[in-house]
Design a protein around this ligand. Structure first.
Ligand code: ADP
Length: 540
């Protein structure tokens, strides 16, 4: 027997169609690449998406083709995502900050047929075009007036010209639910990048969860600044969940510095936003330097790496902004957990609210989490025991793109993170498994040390790594980058850390460098630091 309900196959473009029909006047506002603020409504975005779909078909795009984009968060990039998936092809986001080797690997592995690119990134493509033989044409996401003159050796087309005169309706396909919609590679901090192939189904489930009260909870009364880039981790699903709920979408384009973010928050009366800690530290720095406030901003989501406790306190106390701490990974579309501590104030003692807020939170329906030991046995949810964090759910990867073998262990994905889960279900990441420091048989959390260090007002970024030690196997070494023109002594940092850590957990030494290396996704890149300082305590 089957249920007797309508069973229309789904297509992600139905989200934008809904926004156009039912939130037709809600806006997409972009601080554009070409300069100036651009506005369009969901109704206009939907019509232009239909025009782009016609253009893609004319260019020979077929179902299942991988169509790459390399772009900032803009209205055109959003139209691309919907049009590509809408015609049954796969939108493959390229991170412009990848190394050339990674770029070549990813485009060739995906066999991208077409690339839609922002003018800012045309030089990257020109420099690499010979190594990207699968590309048949490049579409520059701009108008005729801003078209670059570069010769790429393959056709270079203008986005706006392609749309001109095309019909503003399109006969969207009914697609099977598991039809792939989009492809995103992990940044390959270990080994080659690996492709995560999302489906229409997984993205729609994820968007529902991300939109709900335990998620971003944005609706048409909100002005949401989506800073998380579309070229990393599926834009945290916001490109789908904001139109789904008719929220006003505010997009940064390439302008992600503190001053630009402040300006657009103020001008567009932004009340909610989402970004990684490095972006927020630039905004906070700008606010502090210029004695500014952001009175309309109510809530910021922080994720991608641990939100430092000092950042949460600053947002709460100085700027009256709630912090939603979120955790996830590309392999999870990416949302795994969100922290709405406020829903549990009846259960949490007042003096522990901040401790809870620093945790990574609870999963929404659709994701399940557990912690296990090395043999896969589930560990207690007592808030103390830590273990390998495992995940499963409707938007969690089963296997990587073009891989024969499953990525799962008994049906669960090993996230590579070490975490605890407390009796209220709040999950807390203590470290990435490969970053944990093992000193004399005891574990030291590099995340905790870094978090405590950046609480010092002079420290901008901190990286704690384990380096070889003749007696203790490994000892923590702290590497810091201070704010420009600021100084701090080792003694001061040690005395700050001593407030939180036992003596054996303190770094063996502190190194000051001008620039801590970051990955393509803006996270501290510990690989080169480990390579450079591995023998720091055991010189030959
Ligand atoms: P990449 O490996 O390219 O950085 P992801 O963005 O998918 O790709 O990274 C996912 C990882 O980022 C998680 O497994 C976790 O280690 C880390 N992470 C994400 N959010 C948080 C958070 N709120 N706190 C601590 N770590 C986080």
């Amino acid at each position: 027997m089957q249920g007797l309900m309508q069973n229309d196959p789904i297509n992600l473009v139905s989200i934008l169609q809904h926004a156009a029909r039912w939130h037709s006047d809600s806006e997409i506002v972009t601080n554009s690449v070409e300069g100036g603020i651009h506005r369009e409504t969901y109704a206009e975005a939907y019509q232009r998406t239909a025009q782009l779909a016609h253009a893609l078909k004319e260019l020979g795009v077929e179902e299942g083709d991988r169509i790459a984009t390399m772009g900032w968060n803009t209205w055109r990039h959003l139209e691309c995502w919907y049009a590509i998936a809408g015609v049954g092809a796969i939108s493959h986001t390229l991170n412009p900050r990848l190394s050339t080797e990674q770029l070549h690997y990813i485009v060739n592995h995906a066999e991208d047929k077409l690339l839609l690119v922002d003018i800012s990134f045309v030089p990257i493509i020109q420099a690499n075009i010979k190594q990207l033989p699968t590309l048949e044409a490049v579409v520059v996401m701009t108008d005729e007036a801003h078209m670059p003159e570069d010769d790429l050796g393959i056709p270079v087309l203008c986005y706006e010209t392609l749309l001109q005169g095309k019909a503003t309706e399109y006969g969207w396909l009914s697609l099977p639910e598991d039809q792939p919609s989009s492809l995103c590679y992990t940044s390959g901090t270990t080994g080659d990048p690996k492709g995560v192939l999302y489906s229409h189904r997984s993205n729609i489930f994820h968007a529902y969860a991300a939109s709900g009260v335990e998620g971003f909870n944005a609706n048409r009364t909100d002005s949401f600044l989506m800073i998380v880039p579309m070229f990393h981790a599926n834009s945290w699903g916001l490109a789908f969940s904001l139109p789904m709920m008719g929220a006003k979408m505010v997009l940064t384009g390439p302008h992600m510095d503190g001053a630009s973010v402040y300006q657009i928050i103020t001008d567009e009366e932004v009340n909610k936003s989402a970004a990684v800690p490095t972006v927020w530290s630039m905004l906070l720095d700008h606010l502090n330097q210029n004695n500014l406030q952001v009175p309309k901003l109510e809530e910021t989501t922080i994720g991608g790496s641990a939100a430092p406790r000092s950042m949460i306190v600053e947002f709460n106390e100085k700027y009256n902004v709630d912090v939603l701490h979120a955790w996830g990974m590309t392999e999870m579309s990416p949302l795994g957990s969100l922290n709405r501590t406020k829903m549990y104030l009846d259960k949490i003692p007042a003096d522990q609210v901040l401790d809870y807020n620093c945790k990574q939170g609870r999963p929404t329906f659709g994701v399940d989490l557990k912690i296990v030991d090395d043999d896969g046995n589930e560990l207690p949810r007592d808030g103390e025991t830590t273990g390998r964090l495992m995940a499963k759910g409707a938007w969690v990867i089963e296997r990587y793109y073009k891989k024969e073998e499953s990525a799962l262990e008994n049906g669960w994905l090993d996230t590579g993170d070490i975490a605890s889960i407390d009796p209220l279900g709040f999950m807390q990441i203590t470290d990435r498994a490969k970053d944990v420091i093992k000193s004399g048989g005891e574990w030291i959390s590099s995340v905790d040390v870094e978090n405590a260090a950046v609480a010092h007002p002079a420290i901008q970024i901190a990286a704690c790594i384990g380096v070889a030690h003749p007696k203790w196997e490994e000892r923590p070494l702290l590497i810091v980058q201070t704010y420009p023109d600021q100084e701090v002594s080792t003694k001061d940092i040690m005395s700050l850390l001593s407030e939180t850590f036992a003596k054996w957990q303190l770094p063996e030494d502190i190194i000051y460098i001008d620039e801590i290396p970051l990955t393509a996704t803006g996270k501290v890149d510990k690989k080169p630091l480990r390579a450079q300082y591995q023998d720091y305590l055991t010189p030959a």
